[in-house]
Design a protein around this ligand. Structure first.
Ligand SMILES: Nc1nc2c(ncn2[C@@H]2O[C@H](COP(=O)(O)OP(=O)(O)OP(=O)(O)O)[C@@H](O)[C@H]2O)c(=O)[nH]1
Ligand SMILES: [Mg+2]
Length: 461
């Protein structure tokens, strides 16, 4: 599975760059050759570059395209690259972004998709290049403005591109999003998050969700607990997205029992016509820990304590587990599996599958899949990744309630819209009212989409 990653907005950018950096640190040059990374903050590139500096990602070999937009950056000495793209002619004002007003970001993205906007030719070429990939993933925060608004529009665009070329069938389309902390800056972040989920729900195969609030509860409270929790979420998601392509690609050093193709992921993560809401789980253990504890219990613990959203694994429709062992384990854990008294006891994939079915579901018909992967990128460590498809997510109901309240107070909505877009005040009244009304309508439409999604998922609303 070759992955095209697009990060939108601040959070989307952070997640994409973190994934890129982790792949580099793990010396996955071969894997990088199969992945492409693009980042956009609508019209802002300067801040992305300075953030790359902060992360220690080199900016040498910056190239300017014919329209003099420095949007493509190759990283010295490596094959992988990061495309910095702009989807609007206008560079955003100080601070960048749309201040949480996702309606504006969605309109800009629509214009980019439907017209030839000056200065965005290169961005179009890069997005069109996604047709060579069989997995498309967009990263964005659900509760912001740029990523929340532009993400679903660009996802639909990328799907249309591949559909037109008949490339759609084998492909996996996912959005990977972070839910906001509770009461971050009022109700609108939750309303945005629910809007983002609703708008993605009919386009993607899966919406892979992490919850900042839950991560903060896990990380504990402290001075920088929110920054810490957001960093933790980015790091966990980066690991998930590093191992997903590795479960299917032959990069030279990995060994596995079976290739996990995009269609296998789709079968496990999707809900047919609707996106499967998917809770990813991730934990790493030292091989020393494996000596003292039953491995099957560790995998189960990963689903309970390493999940990125509060939920019960028992309520999942399907479960997919990928375990990554150091390559020294290959002849032991991969069939035919030579016994090795020097290594801790590891159940076969089938034994682990049966254990999980019994412990979680007590229903033999449940679809649980387990894959073992051996890689020399990790030493003395075992990484466990699990995907819980469609578990009951209590936070969904909270988002729904907050969204409903938010819509019921139009005065507050209008105030928030003006705060998000101060430039409205400089418009003529007629135009200004039009934008505000459109924005409210977009929220209302997104509310119906989210509500329909929850009904489909059988939430009690
Ligand atoms: N997990 C995680 N969450 C983040 C990160 N950066 C921001 N957030 C969360 O994302 C939300 C804010 O969204 P941003 O991504 O900053 O918004 P944006 O897409 O840039 O949109 P604008 O409103 O136009 O700036 C808040 O809920 C933040 O807590 C990050 O690096 N990781
Ligand atoms: Mg922003």
């Amino acid at each position: 599975m070759e992955v095209f990653t697009l990060g939108i907005g601040e959070c989307g950018r952070n997640m994409t760059l973190k994934l890129y950096k982790i792949m580099h640190e793990n010396r996955f040059k071969n894997l990088l050759r199969h992945c492409e990374f693009s980042v956009t903050d609508i019209g802002e590139i300067r801040r992305i570059k300075s953030f790359m500096d902060e992360m220690g990602i080199s900016q040498t070999e910056a190239m300017e395209d014919e329209e003099k937009i420095p949007d493509k950056i190759g990283v010295a000495g490596d094959k992988g690259k990061i495309n910095l793209i702009r989807i609007t002619e206008h560079a955003s004002h100080a601070g960048g972004g749309v201040g949480g007003l996702w309606h504006t970001a969605a309109s800009i993205a629509m214009e980019f998709v439907n017209k030839d906007v000056k200065g965005t030719k290169h961005a179009k070429e890069i997005l069109k290049g996604s047709e060579y990939f069989d997995c498309i993933n967009i990263f964005n925060s659900a509760g912001g403005g740029s990523g929340c608004g532009a993400g679903p529009v660009l996802m639909e665009y990328l799907i249309d591109l591949s559909e037109k070329k008949g490339l759609f069938e084998g492909r996996l389309h996912t959005a990977t999003i972070a839910l906001p902390f509770k009461d971050e800056v009022g109700q609108w972040r939750d309303a945005n998050a629910a809007s983002n989920i609703g708008r993605y729900s009919k386009h993607c195969d899966a919406i892979i969700i992490a919850d900042n609030e839950y991560a903060e509860n896990l990380a504990g409270f402290g001075m920088d607990s929110r920054a810490h929790a957001a960093g933790m979420v980015n790091e966990m998601l980066a690991h998930v997205w590093m191992w997903m392509p590795l479960a299917s690609l032959k990069t030279g050093t990995e060994q596995r029992t079976k290739d996990f193709e995009s269609t296998d992921f789709r079968r496990m993560l999707s809900r047919g016509e609707w996106a499967g809401p998917v809770v990813p789980c991730f934990a790493r253990y030292t091989t020393q820990q494996l000596e003292d504890v039953d491995f099957r219990g560790l995998v189960e613990t990963t689903m309970r304590d390493g999940s990125m959203v509060n939920c019960n694994p028992e309520t999942s429709r399907k479960v997919m587990v990928i375990v990554v062992f150091p390559s020294g384990y290959a002849s032991y854990v991969l069939p035919p599996g030579k016994p090795n008294p020097n290594l801790p006891e590891i159940p076969t994939r089938n034994e682990l599958r049966k254990y999980l079915i019994d412990e979680l579901f007590n229903d033999k018909k449940k679809d649980v899949s387990v894959e073992y992967l051996c890689s020399d990128a990790i030493k003395d460590e075992v990484h466990v990744i699990a995907f819980l498809t469609s578990p009951h997510i209590p936070r969904f109901l909270e988002l729904y309630e907050t969204f409903k309240n938010y819509l019921s107070d139009k005065e507050q909505m209008i105030e928030d819209i003006y705060i998000a877009a101060p430039s409205l005040r400089r418009m003529q009244k007629k135009k200004r009212d039009e934008v505000v009304q459109e924005s409210i309508r977009d929220y209302e439409n997104a509310y119906s989409l989210f509500e329909n999604y929850l009904k489909f998922l059988k939430y009690d609303i």
